[in-house]
Ligand binder design. Structure first.
Ligand code: ADP
Ligand code: ZN
Ligand code: ZN
Length: 723
């Protein structure tokens, strides 16, 4: 006989990736009024107890079989609100990931569905007077009651008078203890706010955005370094806050956050929550609670802050929008800009993307009217730094292997004036490519025009796009020189070399190795700002957002190293990096930039040195068009991983076959840049396509099919940032 029941749909995280659906449970009378959609519950599953999210509740459902009951609820209320429930589905569809992994990624660890994980709430105790008619029996009691006449007082403070009197008064119900949830991150600093009058350009940018403040409107603010974008953001925010709406501000990296946070705190005081990966789980949870409880109206953070559970958003800002860190590399491989657009649409609010060097894709959207383009063409201090390009091929011949003569002279000059120097060397882990020391030629793939990667094993050069392979030549194909070599030096070696030349200079290095400890970024930045050091040496960590008044010289070593990385975005990254680094010089007074490189004729370097984004964009677009790269084509990267090479290759070939009937260009399969990690092989297939509709169903089929194969892991990345 059918009985009417309440059916609860619960989503749990399971090891077996192929299961991506909810399970149905019933609920006891005791819990049925407490459980709600978006809440975490405990459910029985295959003799285990699992935590999961309630995605749906159906009342009065007729069932002729029995369901298992929910064991308990985990939270008092939902941890995922309505908007976020929808957003999870959007991410799952858009990135082809399991629904559970979308929700898990949106939440701080303390609120994910786990088997066991607890973050304690922190409390502060206050004392409150409840019986005002009580006549004190001694001086201590009298003092305590006096203090409480004007309201709550911290228990720790009153304890200085007398702990035993407090206890006596509590037991007599004269006073009571009140506990209030407090937070781990409490910043009691009082920051100085430097209010400025906006320039005409800034005023114009502000007005453009404000015209659209009550509707969905995406903007791209293209402003040269030092044009005062931050000040524009803050003015827009002020207007949005006046309407009691909320704001998300995204910054690419934690190293940028300290300065940005300080500037924002100086203006908006305690109305700010901070979310980034360097916080502890407890701190993240606390910041999240501030947002949920509506105690703050601004959140500043890295990528994941886009999921801040505001319910009345009035503005989203993505600073340095071109930054790769806005793309999540792990599943779900979402692009923060997509999520920002989705949320801004839901809340009918503007989205402001800002950059001195917009991504080619974003700039194209702005040019074609999808985004509104707003330009800030001038630096606040009116002068762009004077940029010199140095050809290291010539310098090496003269015996200057690491620092060129020009850079040494400039550093000497700068130090003698008590001004500061930044030296930039972006030595990231990339496999070595082969460059000719005579003519500067880097060996490239004939099909893709992308540098070939040198594989020591087998002495081969290989293209990671199309798998073109050749033996490493003995002589340079363009000048016949035998002087083929790989070029490589890291920041540590540079620090040593600079120390040898400038013996009395105080040098500090900032890279992943020197900033492992919490707070070390900020310490180095502050120490350098306070002139404890003369020279700051660093990786891309120092390229963005930093604003040091006393820096009048920036030296870039290996300015074209990025061009040797086999990726179609290498030129774009080179342009961006050089502009950003150069932008650190001469922010308060005239500055110089020296860029050392081997290919000073390369358009990305040439145009970065003259700060000519428009010309760079034109030249880059011509190449993108010719070689069918974004924005002319979209790219999807399919990565297959497995321990058995032959099996993997066979599977990869099958996947290629499934995809080959599509209206798309399929490249590969080929081994990835790093072909083997932990005894597992990595292969990739690249799909170049025009419209996602052309490939989506087949792609989904390939993904679903792979889930049942235990020896194979297959991931897709739509619009990958690294190939
Ligand atoms: P960007 O982010 O575009 O590189 P910033 O926002 O860091 O530029 O601004 C550069 C410097 O100019 C900062 O020190 C900032 O305080 C200052 N500044 C910004 N706007 C003004 C203004 N209208 N008047 C004076 N100084 C300003
Ligand atoms: Zn050569
Ligand atoms: Zn190739």
């Amino acid at each position: 006989m059918a009985v009417e029941k309440i059916v609860i749909e619960v989503l749990v995280e399971l090891k077996a990736k192929k299961i991506d659906k909810t399970f149905s449970y019933s609920v006891s009378d005791a819990l049925k009024d407490k459980v709600s959609v978006g809440m975490r519950v405990l459910v029985p599953f295959n003799n285990q107890t699992l935590e999961g999210f309630v995605l749906n509740i159906e009342y009065n459902k007729e069932l002729d079989y029995n369901l298992k009951e929910i064991i308990d609820i985990v939270d008092d209320g939902p941890v995922i609100n309505k908007e976020m429930l929808e957003l999870g589905k959007y991410i799952s569809k858009k990135t082809l990931c399991n629904l559970i992994s979308a929700y898990q990624t949106m939440l701080p660890k303390a609120l994910k569905a786990h088997k066991k994980f607890n973050v304690n709430k922190k409390y502060t105790s206050y004392i409150k007077l409840i019986d005002e008619t009580y006549i004190p029996k001694n001086d201590n009691q009298k003092n305590i009651i006096e203090r409480l006449k004007n309201g709550l007082v911290l228990k720790s403070e009153l304890s200085r008078i007398s702990v035993s009197s407090i206890n006596t008064l509590i037991s007599k119900k004269v006073i009571e203890e009140v506990k209030e949830e407090t937070y781990r991150l409490i910043d009691t600093n009082n920051y100085q706010d430097n209010r400025v009058k906006l320039t005409l350009e800034q005023e114009n940018a502000l007005n453009e955005v404000l015209k659209c403040k009550d509707k969905f409107a995406p903007f791209l603010i293209h402003g040269v370094t030092g044009s005062g974008k931050t000040e524009v953001y803050m003015h827009i925010i002020e207007e949005v806050l006046k309407e009691n709406k909320e704001v998300i501000v995204l910054v690419p990296e934690i190293s940028l956050t300290p300065q940005m946070v300080r500037i924002f705190k100086s203006r908006f005081k305690n109305s700010i929550a901070i979310l980034h990966s360097a916080l502890s789980d407890g701190e993240k949870y606390d910041e999240w609670r501030k947002i949920e409880r509506k105690e703050v109206s601004i959140v500043i953070g890295a990528r994941s802050a886009i999921f801040a559970p505001f319910t009345n958003l009035g503005l989203i800002i993505l600073d340095e929008e071109h930054s790769d860190t806005y793309k999540q590399e792990n599943t779900p491989k979402y692009d923060t800009i997509d999520i920002a657009i989705k949320r801004a649409k839901t809340h009918n609010c503007p989205l402001v993307l800002g950059s001195a060097t917009p991504s080619i894709e974003s700039y194209t959207r702005a040019k074609t009217g999808i985004y509104k383009l707003v330009e800030l063409k001038h630096r606040i201090n009116k002068t762009m730094p004077d940029v010199k390009l140095i050809d290291m091929k010539e310098e090496i011949k003269k015996g200057y292997r690491i620092l060129s003569k020009k850079l040494i002279d400039n550093i000497t000059d700068c130090l003698s004036k008590n001004e500061q120097v930044i030296l930039f060397l972006n030595r990231r882990g990339y496999s070595t490519t082969i460059t000719c020391k005579e003519c500067g030629n880097t060996l490239k793939c004939p099909n893709c025009e992308i540098p070939l990667t040198y594989h020591k094993n087998g002495n081969k050069l290989n293209c990671h796009y199309c798998n073109y392979t050749t033996y490493k030549p003995l002589i340079c194909p363009s000048c016949n020189s035998k002087n083929l070599d790989s070029y490589g030096m890291g920041t540590e070696k540079l620090e040593e070399e600079v120390g040898k030349i400038f013996k009395t200079a105080k040098i500090v290095r900032m890279d992943i190795d020197t900033t492992k400890k919490k707070g070390s970024h900020e310490r180095i930045i502050n120490d350098f700002k306070n002139k404890k050091y003369d020279i700051l040496i660093g990786t891309q960590m120092i390229s963005k957002g930093l604003d040091f008044e006393n820096v009048t010289l920036v030296g870039v070593l290996n300015g074209d190293a990025q061009l040797n990385i086999p990726d179609f975005r290498s030129a774009e990254r080179t342009y961006s990096l050089l502009s950003q680094v150069s932008g650190r010089s001469g922010r308060a007074r005239p500055g110089k930039v020296v860029i050392q490189c081997f290919n000073k004729e390369h358009y990305s370097i040439k145009y970065a040195s003259t700060n000519d984004y428009e010309s760079f964009y034109k030249e880059e677009m011509a190449i993108r068009k010719k070689l069918k790269y974004p924005p002319y084509y979209n790219i999807c990267l399919v990565t297959l991983t497995g321990a058995d090479y032959d099996y993997l290759k066979n599977e990869a070939d099958k996947v290629k076959e499934y995809l080959s009937c599509l209206n798309a260009i399929i490249l590969g399969p080929s081994l990835c840049t790093v072909p083997k990690i932990n005894n597992k092989y990595y292969m990739q297939i690249i799909i170049k396509y025009k419209n996602i509709k052309d490939i989506y169903d087949k792609l989904k089929f390939v993904v679903d099919r792979s889930k049942s194969k235990s020896k194979l892991n297959l991931e897709v990345d739509l619009n990958p940032k690294k190939i």
